[in-house]
Ligand binder design. Structure first.
Ligand code: ZN
Length: 309
């Protein structure tokens, strides 16, 4: 039994900012390695137009491979109906549809208003519900820039809550609340997640944090206080911001697993195996900055024995 779910997003969030094409075999090996380390959900790719993000030109092949890994929930990001339908046809288990709470960020990202993106989400839910039983993926609504935006600065908590309620009413099976640019702090995180939970009731909510300003794990702790039990993270903290060279990206999977396990919260993930995957991925991405402390410092003496699976 797992106390806290840790989901890998480096294969999507991390790779989308890597400026060269990472070989398909490497992406497959990454998924295999993490699944063997006990990670039970991976966002393996993004179904964006290949013109915009050539990194994911091999999405179909990566998904096909990930679907062979036993016990793994295969998730993919889709920015629109077209991408979501392609992901459904390929049999992904879960579709993470992302819209930005910040109007300006949404327009910059997908050239549509937030309202138009919500209408698109409604069509994705309808499309999924129209599929035969057993072939319906879980449909997730991701709310990006929920704790701040590089264009607008502050994002109003009321607006995040209103959009969360709208996508929940539209039929979201799960929500992801994302601090896409690392603007959040623990007080804001605790308040926002508690508020959304009370607004949407039973729908599972996952947190997606970036460590851009060093508050990533502090924000995890605040979200745990608000009863959040699922987190996205990226191996080696990959996924920095293209506008802030060298800045750290997503919270680091190894460090997050370490913190949770050290606190007595079971993740089902073997940190040593995770570090071995990190080394393998790092060899393929030599010039990319890898973050995180556990892979560098090693586990504290006595830790491995106490937390052996
Ligand atoms: Zn992210």
């Amino acid at each position: 039994m797992v106390d806290v779910h840790v989901h890998e997003v480096g294969t999507r969030d991390g790779l989308q900012s890597v400026p060269f094409f990472v070989p398909t075999e490497m992406k497959k090996a990454w998924c295999t390695g993490e699944a063997e380390a006990g990670v039970h959900e991976i966002e393996v790719c993004s179904f964006v137009p290949v013109k915009l993000l050539p990194q994911f030109a091999d999405a179909a092949e990566v998904v096909a491979h990930a679907l062979t890994l036993e016990g793994l929930t295969v998730a993919a990001l889709a920015p629109n109906l077209k991408g979501a339908e392609r992901a459904m046809q390929l049999g992904v288990h879960k579709i993470n549809y992302v819209l930005s709470v910040s109007e300006s960020h949404n327009r910059a990202n997908v050239r549509r208003s937030t309202d138009e993106s919500i209408e698109d989400f409604v069509r994705i839910v309808e499309s999924a519900r129209g599929r035969p039983e057993g072939q319906r993926p879980i449909i997730v609504a991701g709310l990006a820039t929920a704790l701040g935006c590089t264009i607008e600065g502050n994002v109003s908590e009321d607006r995040v809550r209103q959009i969360a309620v709208r996508v929940a009413a539209a039929g979201a099976d799960e929500l992801i609340v994302a601090d896409t640019v690392g603007y959040g702090n623990p007080a804001a995180v605790r308040r926002l997640f508690r508020a959304i939970k009370s607004d949407v009731g039973e729908i599972p909510i996952k947190a997606h944090f970036h460590d851009t300003r060093g508050l990533g794990l502090a924000n995890v702790l605040a979200a745990l206080d608000a009863d959040v039990r699922a987190f996205d993270a990226s191996l080696g903290g990959l996924g920095g911001c293209p506008y802030a060279p060298g800045a750290s990206g997503n919270i680091c999977t190894e460090d997050l697993v370490f913190m949770l396990e050290a606190m007595g919260l079971k993740t089902g993930i073997d940190i040593q195996k995770l570090i071995a995957v990190r080394q393998q991925v790092q060899q393929a991405l030599t010039d990319q900055p890898f973050h995180g402390t556990i892979a560098k410092a090693g586990l504290p003496r006595g830790f491995a024995l106490a937390h052996a699976a």
